[in-house]
Design a protein around this ligand. Structure first.
Ligand SMILES: Nc1nc2c(ncn2[C@@H]2O[C@H](COP(=O)(O)OP(=O)(O)OP(=O)(O)O)[C@@H](O)[C@H]2O)c(=O)[nH]1
Ligand SMILES: [Mg+2]
Length: 428
């Protein structure tokens, strides 16, 4: 049995994602990666998310041999509002980097299929979209011959956990060597390890042996987190379960596997589940250049939903792509701030909790080095006050234009001008 989490019912999604990020890298260009069996739709969905045909998609296992990185534009109404306000010649939205990793199969952790190479590709991403096939199709071969998402979830999760088990055993041997050297003990001795190291190791091993991602465990101490961060485990990465259903199932918001998938995820530490349909999204995307055809496609889908006797806001026919991109960004704890002016409106990506000087450094390292202050307007204040003007005059009049210093923690959607001293000395 894995160690049990203490109950934290009141906790929102935000706090959960922040916790998942405790093991991650602190960077602004973090990547999500698609993980799953061959032929579950990873390349198809990567293409859809990128809005262009960057990755290959074919009915052939192992068609993706090199990891293929795409950039998905982050849907953002605040950004769109600023663009409409300023109408500048240059518009730069935030993007989420997504890696299309080739399919894993049973035994990958021991090198089966294109095994270990793919696992190293997974190690190189910061968060995982775990894509599971729940659609039937005689035309699309399933590597294990039948559609069974629970078996598939088990297969992939076991491979990730087996790989982590291997990493853990290397880590513990290395630590023992270090302690032996430190204490001048013989190579054959089995030295006791530090208390925090041992408890971190024991908890991780218990989780991994029960096929539960380490990331889902909530009650590690800060000391344990610091140690686990150096273990290099795959399952410390935040994971979102994406369920690829048929178009029909997607429209009726039901699939016989979904309750079982939900139960399986709950039994394995919990996590966000996003049901979607590549078939639906692909048909919709193919009509991107023809607004009328797109509208009539949606109408036709809505009629199908009605004909099934289903109605209400839960059955609205709309793309899940924006939600997928937002969820990926949220899982990586990324957020945007904006710079807006007559020449350019731009969204910049930072991690939650970033301080003003480091945010300035995302624009240019000189801005961080010579940081003086940030002039900040909250997006909602700007929208409520600017009265159609392309500038901050009205926001200033209302006393809502703030001067913030070095210790200011950037908030999602800040509109910022950084003041900096260009003659500040370079760091040695
Ligand atoms: N019917 C149906 N076919 C799909 C769906 N999603 C993907 N496919 C088809 O399944 C085949 C494999 O899709 P890919 O996106 O290449 O699969 P993959 O997961 O990237 O596979 P590997 O790269 O081999 O690991 C293609 O022929 C797709 O058109 C779906 O939702 N419904
Ligand atoms: Mg592929």
């Amino acid at each position: 049995m894995p160690p049990k989490n203490k109950k934290k019912d009141s906790e929102g999604d935000e706090a959960k994602f922040m916790r998942a990020a405790r093991f991650g890298r602190v960077k602004n260009d973090l990547k999500m990666g698609f993980v799953g069996l061959p032929n579950v739709g990873k390349s198809t969905l990567t293409n859809i998310l990128a809005g262009a045909c960057h990755a290959e998609a074919a009915n052939y296992p192992f068609c993706t041999i090199d990891p293929n990185i795409v950039q998905a534009v982050v849907p953002d109404q605040k950004f769109q509002y600023l663009v409409k306000t300023w109408m500048p010649p240059s518009v730069v939205p935030a993007v989420l980097k997504i890696v299309d990793i080739a399919g894993l199969i049973r035994g990958a952790s021991e090198g089966a299929g294109l095994g270990n190479a793919f696992l190293s590709h997974i190690a190189a991403v910061d968060g995982i979209y775990h894509l599971v096939r729940a659609f039937d199709s005689d035309e699309v071969i399933h590597v294990d011959d039948s559609v069974d998402p629970i078996r598939d979830l088990e297969t992939i999760q076991s491979e990730l956990c087996l790989k982590d088990k291997e990493s853990l055993s290397k880590v513990v041997e290395k630590e023992k060597d270090r302690v032996r050297k430190e204490k001048g003990l013989a190579r054959s001795s089995d030295p006791p390890l530090g208390e925090i190291f041992q408890s971190a190791y024991d908890k991780c091993l218990q989780l991994i042996e029960s096929n539960t991602p380490v990331q889902t465990y909530e009650d590690f101490s800060m000391g344990e987190v610091d140690i686990i961060r150096d273990f290099g485990l795959i399952t410390t990465k935040p994971q979102i379960y994406v369920i690829n259903m048929s178009k029909n199932n997607f429209l009726r918001k039901g699939n016989k596997w979904l309750p079982k998938i939900q139960a399986w995820v709950n039994d394995h530490g919990g996590g966000q589940i996003i049901p979607m349909s590549c078939e639906f999204e692909q048909e919709l995307m193919d009509l991107n250049d023809d607004a009328d055809a797109k509208q009539s496609f949606i109408q036709k889908c809505e009629e199908e939903v009605k004909a099934m006797g289903l109605s209400g806001p839960g059955f609205a026919v709309k793309s899940v792509v924006p939600r997928l991109i937002r969820a990926g960004r949220q899982a990586l704890c990324l957020q945007s701030f904006y710079t807006a002016g007559p020449k350019e409106v731009r969204a910049w990506t930072i991690m939650k909790g970033t301080l003003a000087p480091q945010a300035a450094g995302v624009i240019h390292t000189d801005f961080e080095r010579g940081f003086i202050k940030a002039e900040v307007a909250n997006f909602d204040d700007f929208k409520a006050l600017h009265n159609g003007e392309k500038g901050m005059a009205k926001v200033k009049e209302a006393g809502k234009y703030r001067q913030e210093g070095k210790s200011y923690v950037m908030q999602d959607g800040d509109i910022v001008v950084f003041m900096h001293n260009t003659t500040a000395p370079k760091k040695k």
